[in-house]
Design a protein around this ligand. Structure first.
Ligand code: NI
Length: 173
């Protein structure tokens, strides 16, 4: 497994739309494994291929990681799609591509998500609360949307400016 580099905002590659895959192949499985390795190393609970510069509709989530003795139980999904939605909730979100910032985002409370697992089998996930939030957040990434795109323009540009400055400072040192 290879640890991949996570792009951080305002990297333009995070704004691109990922393409559906035809089938989950060995190459897709390698990508999924590398993404999981990358996510766990960064202490995240979700990662989208867009965040590692791969424009394929592939995500990994593990919302229980860190809650039960560091046991890993990654859920891989290719071509995820919301097929039913209900209700609304507000959640404080963060993102590995927007380090050190969080914001409240309004999401759908309950979703039914369809997609392909790592064995190229179609699966359906009935998600509420954190899992529903995490899946919507990762699926957003596949369309080039960050959680800060859901907050006020003023707050968003403030965060992006600070991230840009931090990257410039790091580039100089
Ligand atoms: Ni994210």
């Amino acid at each position: 497994m290879t640890r991949l580099t996570i792009l951080t905002a305002p990297d333009k590659r995070l704004k691109r739309k990922a393409l559906p895959i035809h089938a989950v192949t060995d190459a897709t499985r390698r990508l999924m494994e590398d993404m999981a390795e990358t996510m766990y190393h960064a202490q995240g609970i979700g990662l989208a291929a867009t965040q590692v510069g791969v424009l394929q509709r592939v995500i990994v989530v593990d919302v229980e990681y860190g809650q039960k003795d560091g046991k890993k139980n990654p859920c891989f999904l290719a071509n995820p799609e919301i097929v039913a939605r209900e209700g609304e909730l507000v959640w404080t979100e963060g993102c590995l591509s927007v380090p050190e910032y969080t914001a409240e985002v309004t999401r759908t409370a309950k979703i039914l998500v369809k997609g392909l697992n790592q064995h190229n089998q179609e699966i359906t996930i009935d998600a509420t609360d954190l899992l529903a939030v995490c899946l919507q957040h990762e699926m957003d990434h596949l369309d080039g949307t960050l959680f800060i795109d859901h907050i006020s323009r003023l707050k968003r540009s403030m965060i992006l400016q600070k991230l840009k400055k931090k990257q410039q400072d790091e580039g100089r040192s």
